[in-house]
Design a protein around this ligand. Structure first.
Ligand code: FO1
Length: 327
């Protein structure tokens, strides 16, 4: 572990980490953590409620985003998918009049073909996540939050007399409608019958520190905490749980977290994030831009750390990771 950052003598630093992860923000956070602690000591517990089937293929966007990013193979411009991607299959599908609203690159398609075939032959999602991580040479352990089917469903619309309410799936909201429709409510279909994936509860119990990555608190971290047993397991570790706010100066860096929080009656500030995590996290890391709100976060009952949280480069992510492991 010669290349890893070493703490000052006497500083307390967490080694074994468990991290609750959504997609792009979490993937960058995990890459930062893997630069400052040995990757083999990190377990990522990943949201699977965005998973869906298209063209008969089993697609797990957050697992794949985390895998590709940790493998340094992610498409930097898009944040999802693979680098050096080509789109010949999508181009041909478009000519045929097929569904191309959710773009699957030629290289990325191999992942979905592999996952679909393995699931059909009886493997679990956890098995497949581990096999893909191994194929990409990852040392970090990636655990789906559950192997049970859980699906984020959103009730949207209902504004004005001509706009009816409609319940849609997550990718329909996020990609097809570009998360621009008003959301009335969110539910995680199937979650009450789900059980945590193998090793998930043990990873939470054994970690020296649990990190809640800067992912959407409602639709990325929310489903993970909603799996029966996980919220309690995280709450039991509350003093060692460090959450990073995905909201900076009232806005999400990427995606609809701020809007979704407001639409569902939460304040879209770091204080609103603190309220959502008050029972599970002992510490909230907020961006320097929100320093003035640190006392208000502490009033909610969390210790508040102020640090640069925008992960604009791997170095910036590693600097944030150092704050998390040494706080
Ligand atoms: N996001 C998009 O905005 N448009 C896409 O066409 C798209 C395709 C896609 C394919 C594979 C994959 O793993 C992810 C993909 N994403 C796409 C990202 C993804 O749907 C979302 O970022 C997550 O579900 C939210 O975390």
């Amino acid at each position: 572990m010669g290349g890893y950052w070493r703490p000052r003598a006497g500083a307390t630093v967490a080694g074994v980490l468990a991290a609750i992860a959504g997609g792009v923000g979490a993937a960058r956070m995990l890459r930062g953590l893997a630069a400052v602690v040995p990757p083999a000591e990190i377990t990522a517990i990943v949201n699977t409620a965005d998973d869906f089937r298209l063209h008969g293929l089993a697609i797990s966007p957050d697992l794949d985003t985390v895998t590709y990013t940790l493998a340094d193979a992610s498409n930097q411009a898009l944040g999802w998918g693979l680098d050096g991607e080509t789109w010949k299959v999508m181009e041909q599908l478009e000519r045929l009049g097929g569904e191309t609203w959710f773009r699957l690159g030629d290289r990325d398609l191999a992942t979905h073909l592999y996952r679909t075939q393995r699931l059909a032959s009886g493997a679990s999602l956890s098995d497949v996540a581990a096999e893909l991580a191994l194929a990409w040479g990852l040392q970090t352990r990636l655990l789906p939050m559950t192997d049970s089917p859980v699906e984020t469903r959103l009730v949207v619309g209902g504004q004005g007399e001509t706009d009816d309410e409609d319940e849609i799936g997550f990718q329909d909201y996020f990609v097809a409608r570009r998360h621009s429709v008003p959301v009335r409510s969110v539910r995680f279909a199937g979650v009450s019958d789900s059980v945590p994936g193998p090793d998930v509860l043990a990873a939470l119990a054994d970690a020296e520190r649990v990190v809640i990555c800067p992912s959407n608190p409602i639709v990325s971290v929310g489903p993970v905490l909603a799996v029966p047993g996980i919220r309690d397991a995280v709450a039991a570790r509350r003093p060692d749980v460090v959450a990073v706010s995905p909201i900076i100066a009232g806005a999400a860096i990427k995606g609809p977290a701020d809007r979704l929080m407001r639409e569902l009656g939460h304040e879209s500030t770091v204080v609103g994030v603190a309220r959502l995590y008050a029972d599970v996290a002992g510490t909230l890391v907020i961006d320097s831009a929100d320093a003035a709100l640190a006392p208000a976060v502490e009033d909610v009952g969390l210790r508040c750390l102020v640090a640069p949280t925008v992960m604009s480069s791997p170095d910036a992510a590693a600097a944030l990771a150092r704050v998390i492991v040494s706080c």
